[in-house]
Design a protein around this ligand. Structure first.
Ligand code: MN
Length: 354
C-alpha cells in the first residue's frame, strides 16, 4: 500500500498536481472496501468513509487519517466524530484544508463534480489512468492472492466436472460449485456463476436457469471466486454426446485459446494476443461466431485493463494477470469457450488455472 501511495505521489509531482481524489480506486489505495474516497497528497493520506464503515476502515486500512460522514443527523456514540453531510462536502472540506489548487481525480459524474466545484473552486483534472496504469502490474502480494483465488476457481470447476450429467439442472451445478468454493475460503463470487446448456450456451452472458441438461448439448461453465478481494475467472465447456459440428466449435475455441496463450510474454502487444486467437477461429471459418474480446486483466475488479482486444495499445508486461477466453457461439448448434488466468512473466507466462 505504501508503494502505491509513493508511486502516485511521484505521478502527481510530475504533473504538478497537489492532490488526487480516488473514488473508483479508493479500495486499491487504502486496502479496505469500507472506503468511499481517498485523498492522496504530499501530506498524510486521507480515507473518507461512511459513518457505519468507520470501525472497519480503521481495522483494515493502514491510513491513519480517517474521516467519517453521514448524509443525515443521528445520535452518535461517545467519542465518535462524524460530519453530517454529503460526500462532495467532505471532499471540499479536506481539499480546502490541504490548500490544493490543482487536483486530479479518477472519475465522478458531471453532477457530482459540479457540486464539488461549487463548494471548493479549483482546477480539477480527470486522470483515471494514473491509478489504472499502476493497477495493471500486480505486486507479489497481489499475485499470491490471485493465485489463491484461481485455486478456488479450479476446485469449483472440478466439482462442476463431477456433476455434468443428463437430467441435472444448471442451477444445481451453479449452487454446488459456489458452495464448495465458499467452503474452501472464497469471499464470494465476483459475478453470477454461468452454467449455460443447450440453447443457453450460445448466449455468452447467460447465467444459470432451472433448465436440465440433455444429450446433444454443449454446457459452458464460467465461474470465479474471490480471495482478499481478488477475483478469479475460469471457463470450461462440457458436452453430453456432442455432434460433429459441436465438436468443431469446442475444438476451435480450445485451439484459439492455446494459440493466444502461446503468444503471451513480456513486451507482446495485447492486440497481438487477440489476433492469434482470431486467426485460429477464422481458419476454422467461425469468425462470425466469435463475438467478444480474447481476454481481460483481473484483480480487485473482475474486468480491468489491459484488455486483449483488437486495436488495444497495451503492451503486456511482467506482473500483469489476464484471462484468455476466446469463444464461439453458433445459434442452433451451441457455444464453446475456454478461459484460463495467465500471469505474464519475464520469459513467457504462467497459467494460474489449468
Ligand atoms: Mn472472463
Amino acid at each position: 500500500m505504501r508503494a502505491r501511495i509513493r508511486k502516485l505521489r511521484a505521478e502527481l509531482a510530475a504533473r504538478e498536481l497537489e492532490a488526487y481524489v480516488a473514488i473508483q480506486n479508493a479500495r486499491y489505495l487504502s486496502g479496505t472496501s469500507a472506503v468511499t474516497a481517498t485523498i492522496i497528497s504530499e501530506q498524510e493520506p486521507i480515507l473518507i468513509c461512511k459513518r457505519l464503515e468507520f470501525d472497519r476502515a480503521r481495522r483494515e486500512s493502514a491510513f491513519r487519517d480517517i474521516r467519517a460522514y453521514f448524509p443525515y443527523e443521528v445520535p452518535l456514540r461517545r467519542g465518535e466524530r462524524v460530519k453530517f453531510c454529503e460526500l462532495w462536502q467532505v471532499l471540499a472540506d479536506c481539499l480546502r484544508e490541504l490548500g490544493a489548487r490543482r487536483i486530479g481525480f479518477d472519475g465522478m459524474s458531471s453532477e457530482f463534480l459540479r457540486k464539488l466545484r461549487g463548494a471548493y473552486e479549483a482546477d480539477y483534472q480527470e486522470l483515471p489512468e494514473l491509478v489504472v496504469n499502476m493497477r495493471k502490474i500486480k505486486s507479489k502480494q497481489e499475485i499470491a492472492w490471485l493465485r489463491r483465488s484461481a485455486a478456488l476457481a479450479m476446485e469449483g470447476m472440478q466439482r462442476a466436472a463431477e456433476l455434468i450429467e443428463e437430467g441435472r439442472s444448471e442451477l444445481e451445478v451453479a449452487a454446488e460449485v459456489e458452495y464448495i468454493m465458499r467452503k474452501q475460503g472464497s469471499g464470494g463470487t465476483p459475478f453470477s456463476t454461468i452454467v449455460a446448456s443447450g440453447r443457453n450456451s450460445w448466449l455468452p452472458h447467460a447465467t444459470a436457469t432451472r433448465k436440465r441438461f440433455r444429450r446433444g448439448e454443449l454446457i459452458i461453465v464460467d465461474l470465479g471466486a474471490t480471495y482478499e478481494g481478488y477475483a478469479s475467472d475460469m471457463t470450461k465447456t462440457f458436452s453430453i454426446g456432442p455432434t460433429r459440428r459441436q465438436l468443431k466449435l469446442m475444438n476451435a475455441a480450445k485451439r484459439a485459446q492455446s494459440a493466444a496463450i502461446d503468444r503471451i510474454r513480456d513486451g507482446v502487444s495485447a492486440a497481438d494476443v487477440d489476433r492469434a486467437a482470431r486467426k485460429v477461429v477464422c481458419r476454422a471459418g467461425l469468425e462470425k461466431f466469435f463475438s467478444h474480446g480474447t481476454g481481460h486483466g483481473l484483480g480487485l475488479a473482475i474486468h480491468e485493463p489491459p484488455n486483449l482486444v483488437p486495436g488495444s495499445s497495451d503492451l503486456l508486461q511482467r506482473g500483469m494477470v489476464v484471462t484468455v477466453e476466446p469463444g464461439v457461439y453458433a445459434p442452433g448448434v451451441g457455444g464453446a469457450r475456454w478461459e484460463d488466468i495467465v500471469l505474464v512473466t519475464k520469459d513467457g507466462h504462467e497459467l494460474l488455472t489449468q
